[in-house]
Ligand binder design. Structure first.
Ligand code: HEM
Length: 153
């Protein structure tokens, strides 16, 4: 057994912890954008929201996303999981999981681009759009977790 395979349970635990922090931000940041639409331009609430958005995105979500990818790739390379590791990467459940995490990463990048505009006091897209965006990471998370727990075997 390789050292990576021995570390498998640790890697899996750290992967899940990282994913929890990443998801918390993906679900909450669009809500802060919705609040900014309701705040007075240049007012105290808007200033507070901009600080909260920056701290959430830079301080929590981006490091958590990097950690989720890092531990996920190490899990794949360990070849120790129920899914059999990277040699099974071509199977349909893996394709679904990878596609969903790539879309999730794209959503993260889209939030980041919007955050820079909100920080300048702009209001990109619409309040309705950010209310609807709340649902996208939720649906992706359900797909990814069910593929990881039921599909990968
Ligand atoms: C960021 C890129 C990601 C990569 C490269 C990745 C890769 C992996 C790998 C290789 C495993 C071990 C599977 C096995 O062999 O049993 C795993 C487990 C898991 N992943 Fe990910 N993952 C990623 C993102 C995510 C996300 C975004 C979620 C949830 C929203 C997630 C949820 C899980 C869960 C719940 C497990 C544990 C499955 C089990 O042990 O039964 N992963 N992941």
């Amino acid at each position: 057994m390789t050292a990576l395979a021995l570390a498998y349970d640790w890697l899996r635990g750290l992967h899940i912890v990282s994913v929890i922090f990443w998801m918390a931000g993906l679900l909450y940041l669009p809500r802060l954008y919705v609040y900014q639409f309701q705040a007075q331009p240049g007012g105290e609430l808007e200033t507070t929201l901009i600080v909260q958005q920056r701290r959430l995105y830079r301080g929590i979500m981006t490091p958590a996303m990097v950690a989720a990818w890092l531990f996920g790739i190490l899990l794949l390379l360990s070849n120790a999981g129920r899914s059999g590791g990277w040699i099974f990467i071509h199977t349909i459940p893996w394709a679904v999981k990878l596609l969903a995490v790539i879309v999730m990463t794209g959503v993260h990048g889209m939030y980041g681009a919007a955050r820079r505009k909100f920080a300048e006091g702009q209001r990109p897209r619409s309040e309705k759009f950010w209310r609807m965006m709340n649902e996208v990471p939720a649906v992706l998370a359900i797909v990814i977790v069910l593929v990881a727990t039921v599909g990968l075997r």
